[in-house]
Design a protein around this ligand. Structure first.
Ligand SMILES: Cc1cc2nc3c(=O)[nH]c(=O)nc-3n(C[C@H](O)[C@H](O)[C@H](O)COP(=O)(O)O)c2cc1C
Length: 377
C-alpha cells in the first residue's frame, strides 16, 4: 500500500464541469440532454449544491473549436451562477495571457464580496493556439506559458493580501497597488482559492510552488499517484501543501452492462473529425516539451472523445462500483473529484441520491478502520 497517503479525515469533495460551451462534455453525436444555456445552468447549479457538490468549474473558450460552436465567457457566467446559488463555490477558468492580474484580482474580489467568499479561479496556461492567434495575442512556447502563469499566480496572491502590491516581472508590472475591498478572508481561506490545470513537468513544478489546487486530467490510480508524489515533493521543498482534484466522466446505471453500453455508444458516435482536430491541436500542450510529459501525452482516439481524458478514471458502472473507485482514489490522496456527465440534470440527481451516500458510508468505514489516516510510507 505504499502509494496511499495521509489524507486525514476530511471527506472527499465533488465539483462538476459547468456546461457553458455547447456540445456537452463529450465530442459525440449521441443524444445529450445537456444544454449550455444560462437557464439550464442555473437549474443545474441549484440542483448540484443540493446533491453534494461543493464546487462548479466553468470553462474558458473564446471561439468555436472541436464540437463547441458556442461559448459563454467564464468569469461573467461564474458570477451569474454564484448569484443563483447559496453555498456552491464557482471556479472561473482564466488565461494569464489574456488578463492583467490586477484587473482579474479586482473582478474576483468583487464577486467574492457579493457572494460571501465563494469565488475561485482556475489558472489555465492554454493549449489552443488558434484562440490566441485570432485574438491577436502572441502564443508563447509551452514552458514560457507556465513561467507567465506562475508570475500571474504570485501577483494575484500578493494583490489579494498586500496593501502595497508592487511588482516588476517579465510579464506584468504594478506600482503600489492597493486593492480595496480585499476578497473575503477566513481561517482556512486567506484569499479566493487558486486552482490550476495542466499536467506537464512545468505544471507540476508550478503547482508545488504556488497553487492551492492541482487538477489532473482523467487517470487510473497509478497515474494519479505518480503526479501526487511529484507535486508533493516540490510542495514539501517549499513548506507548502497542495490539494488534488481529478477529472472523471461519470456514467452510472443500475447495472454495469447498461453503463458500459452508454460508454460504447458515446465512442461509437464520436464526431471523428472534431476529435481528430482536437487531438492534433493539443500537441501544443505537454507533448511539445522536451520530456513530452503532460495532459494528452498518451491519449488515444477513444480517450479524446471526452476532451479531458475523463473515461480513463473508470467511473463507469453501478453506484457501488463507482463509490468503491472514488474511495480508492481518496486513499491515493485525491481531495476532490471533478465530474462531467452526459445528461447533467438527471445524472447529478442520480449521483446525489444513489452514489454519494455510498461514498460517505465507505469513507466512514475506512476511517473507522484507520485506513484513511495512513501515513506516507
Ligand atoms: C481541470 C482542467 C480544466 C481546464 N480548463 C481549461 C479551459 O477551460 N480552457 C482552456 O483553454 N484550457 C483548459 N485546460 C487546459 C490547460 O489550459 C492546459 O492546456 C492543459 O492543462 C495542458 O497542460 P500541460 O501541457 O501542462 O499538460 C484545463 C485543464 C484542466 C486539467
Amino acid at each position: 500500500m505504499s502509494d496511499e497517503v495521509d489524507v486525514g479525515r476530511e471527506p472527499i469533495k465533488f465539483a462538476y464541469w459547468v456546461p457553458n460551451v455547447s456540445g456537452g462534455l463529450v465530442v459525440s453525436r449521441i443524444e445529450q440532454r445537456t444544454d449550455w444555456s444560462y437557464d439550464y445552468n442555473r437549474r443545474l447549479a441549484v440542483l448540484a449544491e443540493n446533491n453534494g457538490f461543493d464546487y462548479a468549474l466553468s470553462q474558458v473558450r473564446y471561439t468555436a473549436s472541436y464540437g463547441a460552436a458556442y461559448q459563454h465567457e467564464s468569469t461573467g457566467f461564474s458570477l451569474a451562477l454564484l448569484l443563483a446559488t447559496e453555498r456552491l463555490k464557482v471556479i472561473a477558468a482564466i488565461h494569464p495571457g489574456l488578463w492583467h492580474p490586477g484587473v482579474l484580482a479586482k473582478f474576483i474580489a468583487t464577486a467574492d464580496q457579493i457572494t460571501g467568499g465563494r469565488a475561485a479561479v482556475n489558472v489555465v496556461s492554454g493549449w489552443f493556439k488558434d484562440e490566441f492567434t485570432k485574438l491577436g495575442e502572441p502564443w508563447l512556447e509551452h514552458d514560457e506559458r507556465y513561467r507567465r502563469s506562475e508570475e500571474f499566480i504570485r501577483y494575484l496572491r500578493e494583490i489579494w493580501t498586500d496593501d502595497h502590491a508592487e511588482f516588476r516581472g517579465d510579464f506584468y508590472r504594478l506600482h503600489d497597488f492597493d486593492l480595496k475591498p480585499k476578497p473575503v478572508t477566513a481561517l482556512d481561506r486567506p484569499h479566493p482559492e487558486i486552482f490550476q490545470g495542466g499536467n506537464s513537468t512545468a505544471a507540476r513544478a508550478m503547482a508545488g510552488r504556488v497553487s492551492d489546487w492541482y487538477f489532473s486530467n482523467g487517470r487510473d490510480l497509478d497515474g494519479v499517484s505518480e503526479q501526487i508524489a511529484e507535486v508533493n515533493a516540490e510542495a514539501a521543498r517549499q513548506g507548502r501543501r497542495v490539494r488534488f482534484g481529478l477529472n472523471g466522466f461519470l456514467i452510472a446505471r443500475d447495472t454495469e452492462a447498461e453503463a458500459r453500453e452508454v460508454l460504447r455508444e458515446i465512442i461509437a458516435k464520436a464526431d471523428r473529425e472534431a476529435v481528430e482536430g482536437f487531438g492534433s491541436a493539443v500537441r501544443q500542450a505537454g507533448r511539445s516539451t522536451s520530456d513530452g510529459k503532460g495532459m494528452w501525452q498518451d491519449s488515444e482516439f477513444a480517450d479524446l472523445v471526452q476532451y479531458n481524458d475523463g473515461f480513463r478514471t473508470g467511473l463507469v458502472g453501478t453506484p457501488e462500483q463507482i463509490a468503491e473507485r472514488i474511495v480508492a482514489y481518496r486513499r491515493r490522496g485525491v481531495d476532490l473529484i471533478l465530474l462531467g456527465f452526459l445528461h447533467y440534470l438527471e445524472d447529478v440527481e442520480y449521483f446525489g441520491r444513489r452514489i454519494l451516500p455510498l461514498v460517505r458510508e465507505l469513507e466512514a468505514d475506512a476511517a473507522e478502520r484507520g485506513e484513511l489516516v495512513r501515513g506516507v510510507s
